[in-house]
Design a protein around this ligand. Structure first.
Ligand code: NAD
Length: 327
């Protein structure tokens, strides 16, 4: 083979592996976290310890709290060399990835709809303070109700829909996978099963297409329909249980956020259930999605049986009813 042909072949071969390459390699990679509360601080800690980016920018209207978190997190920076700074909204708007963990908690006697109205106003003020946002930024919504706020953020922003998505049922999916994995004694990463739909009460586990190491879960004797229902219910209720015992949940979601940001900055094209736009239903809802440098790059086709499909439709309807009260 002529040398030119050989070189061409090598080039062709390497181009088919482009997605393994980090388009930001060698660049300063900045991740802004808006909301330096329990979730925001835990996300920053994971990004620093796992060395996901080169700089974390923390922003909060509670200035002292934010400064305190930055000082505390700086003390962890020696592990990886990741810089952590307190920033302005304008600086956050120029980051590569912007994680929104700001929110207002529910007050006694306040309805869910009133709470959503308040958090929608928080989101509006964040977007106007960040403006103009880096046109290549990826925005990850974590604040609850995450599906509703993701849709609000997509409508507020001029960025493409794939650049804005929510953490959705990522955490619920990990909870479900861990329960299944421990039942059959395999690593959670060997379990390919999703919790889909709303990050909330109408979510469901899509078990009809689930596999363990490529083997349908229906072939595992211990994974009875009763066990799978219980595991799905436990995954849904786990946040309530944690909040009941310690007031908030943050370690689990922070690990999920660091994994998602890593998939974006390193263009890993990992598949996660993310809150993305279902165009037909006009809601943001969790579906298996390829996550890379362009954000939520591709939604994978749903493999649901009739019963799961009805649950998905119900989740969309629930979300649409809430959105109709605000749009
Ligand atoms: P928290 O009360 O500890 O922190 C919220 C922070 O947001 C506070 O520091 C507050 O000052 C800040 N904030 C409020 N308005 C702001 C604004 N306009 N600009 C900047 N900062 C602002 O709450 P938390 O425990 O950190 O939870 C944060 C959010 O994450 C909540 O909405 C919670 O429900 C959500 N959450 C989501 C998941 C998930 O799976 N998606 C999991 C856990 C928590």
């Amino acid at each position: 083979m002529a040398e030119d042909d050989a070189n061409m072949m090598i080039r062709r071969q390497s181009s088919s592996y482009d997605f393994h390459m980090n388009p930001l390699e060698g660049k300063v990679t900045k991740v802004a976290i808006i909301g330096a509360g329990a979730v925001g601080a835990a996300c920053a800690s994971n990004l620093i310890l796992l060395k996901v980016c080169s700089e974390v920018i923390l922003v909060d209207i509670a200035e002292d709290r934010c400064e305190g978190e930055v000082l505390d997190l700086e003390d962890a920076g020696f592990v990886s060399g990741v810089r952590v700074v307190k920033g302005t909204f304008a600086e956050a708007g120029q980051a590569d990835v912007i994680v929104i963990t700001a929110g207002i908690g529910q007050k006694p006697g306040e309805s869910r709809i009133q709470l959503i109205g308040k958090n929608k106003a928080v989101l509006k003020s964040i977007f106007s303070s960040m403006s103009p946002v880096n046109p290549d930024a990826i925005i990850l919504l974590v604040s609850n109700p995450v599906d509703i706020l993701t849709k609000v953020a997509q409508d507020l922003s001029t960025l493409s829909k794939h650049q804005i998505f929510g953490s959705g049922t990522f955490l619920d999916t990990q909870r479900f996978r861990i329960a299944v994995a421990s039942k059959v004694q395999v690593a959670p990463s060997a379990v390919n099963a999703y919790v889909l739909g709303e990050h909330g009460d109408s979510q469901f586990a899509a078990t009809s297409s689930a596999t363990i190491g490529g083997v349908p879960i229906s072939l595992f004797e211990s994974l009875t329909p009763e066990f799978l229902n219980e595991a799905a219910e436990a995954a849904k209720m786990r946040a309530y249980e944690i909040i009941d015992k310690k007031g908030a949940t943050y370690h689990g979601i922070a690990a999920c956020v660091a994994t998602m940001v890593d998939s974006v900055l390193n263009n890993r094209k990992m598949v996660f259930p993310l809150s993305v736009l279902d165009k037909k239903a006009n809601v943001c809802i969790s579906l298996p999605t390829i996550l890379g440098r362009d954000g939520a790059e591709k939604i994978l086709p749903l493999q649901l049986n009739k019963e799961e499909h009805a649950k998905y439709e119900n989740s969309c309807k629930t979300m649409r009813e809430v959105l109709d009260q605000f749009e």
